[in-house]
Ligand binder design. Structure first.
Ligand code: ZN
Length: 122
């Protein structure tokens, strides 16, 4: 997972006319993706060492798992221990509203270190 994430950022970064210094990568991770934010943080740190992302921070925003029950016509927060069933009617989870997200929300960059040539002098 971390590799795919880094490749995505690199592709974007390489497509920039002046590749900026990336400071922060914001990631959205759904509760239902089985991705452990702490281990993702660790893997990111290890795998970006001595790369263009060296020193960049990974900020993870967790999205809770929310399911929809058609019988009750309501959203609910499933509990893992209860096999994700609807708390009202006990039907198994059929529709997931959110919690499957795993994507890069945005990338923060510092300003380029040097001004573009044309803005120097008069
Ligand atoms: Zn229900």
């Amino acid at each position: 997972m971390t590799k795919a994430l880094i490749v995505t950022v690199r592709d974007w970064w390489e497509a920039q006319p002046q590749p900026p210094q990336i400071e922060t990568v914001h990631l959205v991770v759904g509760e239902f993706t089985c991705v452990e934010p702490a281990s993702l943080q660790f893997a990111f740190e290890v795998q970006t060492r001595d790369t263009f992302l060296s020193g960049a921070q990974l900020v993870i925003r967790e999205v809770p798992l929310v399911a929809y029950c058609a019988a009750c016509q309501q959203d609910y927060r499933p509990t893992v221990g209860q096999q994700y069933a609807c708390p009202t009617c006990d039907r198994p989870m059929a529709e997931i509203r959110s919690g499957r997200e795993l994507k890069i929300e945005r990338v923060e960059c510092s300003a380029p270190l040097e001004a573009p040539l044309e803005t120097l002098g008069r």
